[in-house]
Design a protein around this ligand. Structure first.
Ligand code: AMP
Ligand code: MG
Length: 329
């Protein structure tokens, strides 16, 4: 199978619709990362997502709809604060987990009673979702465990020959996956950190919990228990205080004739002048935007990516650290 990359036009949308309604998969852009899309009510198509990615069968998928879609068709909205979250953050990189109504195939929900729903803000994605006008389930469009794609080319590099079409919507503006928020209870609970932060949710809802994942717990968001986002090279992760260790490891690799790269953002960069650097930028938003792109660039250039952690886990840094620990830790 030849994988085509096409810009979003009337013609490519007609082709995408044909593929999806025929039970196939396509790559689609969003403002977070690229998704591997199937129509959410077509069980056989949804199964293909797991096959193509090599995704564990107990990790459910997020359902994407356009901004005029009536969520009540899919889920039970039980908490009043949900309307405030919608007002403030949607469309955008916030996925909400509700009790479902059984519309989406059980292959996508893994037989669970909840459904994760998201309304992306990416303009091209909205146009696509409106054109298809059916719920689209999609995980990130990478091979399972590999770094998530933030360009159409990244999707191609992982899935070439496995899907017929990737819609090209440019580089994703967000750069890390959506915040996954359980909105079934009295207090909203973050299951996966992202660009909509605990602080932002608290300001709208008055409170916000963060789910902790301990060994042996029943995991509420199965995806978070897996090793994830890993580039195809060696990795290490150090705190900012351990910058001396970073340089030591870097020199050790050099002595072995190997090519090390330091990956970091912010002021700590100044400690690594003259070394091979994957520069993540300065603000947390820039760092999130660049993270996967730099990991995927790094795996081509480096024998080892030595990453430096964020100084704290406040705001967007919580989501960045979650990805850094899994990709490089
Ligand atoms: P991905 O699409 O690869 O970014 O992964 C989707 C994330 O959403 C994973 O962490 C899933 O475990 C999580 N997720 C999807 N559906 C549900 C659900 N019904 N309840 C809790 N978490 C979910
Ligand atoms: Mg993923």
């Amino acid at each position: 199978m030849e994988t085509q990359i096409l810009p979003i036009t009337d013609e490519s949308l007609i082709l995408a619709s044909k593929i999806l309604n025929g039970g196939g998969l396509i790559g689609m852009p969003t403002e977070t990362v690229y998704g591997l899309a199937a129509i959410g009510t077509m069980g056989e198509a949804v199964k293909k997502i797991y096959e193509v990615k090599g995704r564990p069968a107990d990790n459910p998928l997020i359902c994407h709809v356009h901004k005029d879609y009536d969520l009540n068709k899919l889920v039970k909205i039980e908490q009043e604060y949900v309307y405030r979250l919608i007002e403030k953050f949607i469309p955008g990189p916030l996925t909400m987990v509700f009790y479902g109504k059984g519309v989406i195939s059980e292959e996508a929900t893994c037989g669970g009673d909840t459904l994760a729903v998201r309304i992306p803000s990416h303009e091209g994605c909205q146009r696509f979702l409106k054109f298809i006008d059916q719920p689209i389930v999609a995980p990130s469009a990478n091979l399972s465990k590999h770094t998530s794609p933030v360009t159409a080319r990244h999707v191609y590099n992982d899935l070439n020959g496995k899907i017929p079409l990737i819609l090209d919507g440019g580089k994703c503006s967000g750069g890390i996956e959506s915040t996954v928020l359980d909105v079934t209870g009295k207090v909203p609970r973050i299951l996966r950190a992202g660009l909509i932060t605990k602080e932002m949710i608290t300001s709208v809802c008055g409170a916000c919990e963060v789910a902790e994942h301990k060994e042996g717990d029943k995991v509420r968001s199965p995806g978070v228990k897996y090793r994830h986002y890993r580039p195809n090279c060696e990795t290490a992760l150090y705190s900012e205080e351990e910058y001396g260790e970073v340089i030591k490891l870097y020199r050790e690799y050099e002595r072995l004739g190997k090519k090390p790269f330091v990956m970091c953002g912010g002021k700590i960069k100044q400690k690594f002048v003259g070394l091979n650097l994957l520069d993540l930028g300065d603000t947390p938003e820039e760092i999130a935007f660049n993270l996967y792109d730099k990991l995927l660039e790094g795996e081509k250039l480096a024998d080892i990516i030595i990453a430096v952690a964020m100084p704290d886990e406040k705001g967007v840094n919580m989501g960045i650290m979650n990805r850094l620990k899994k990709s490089c830790g």
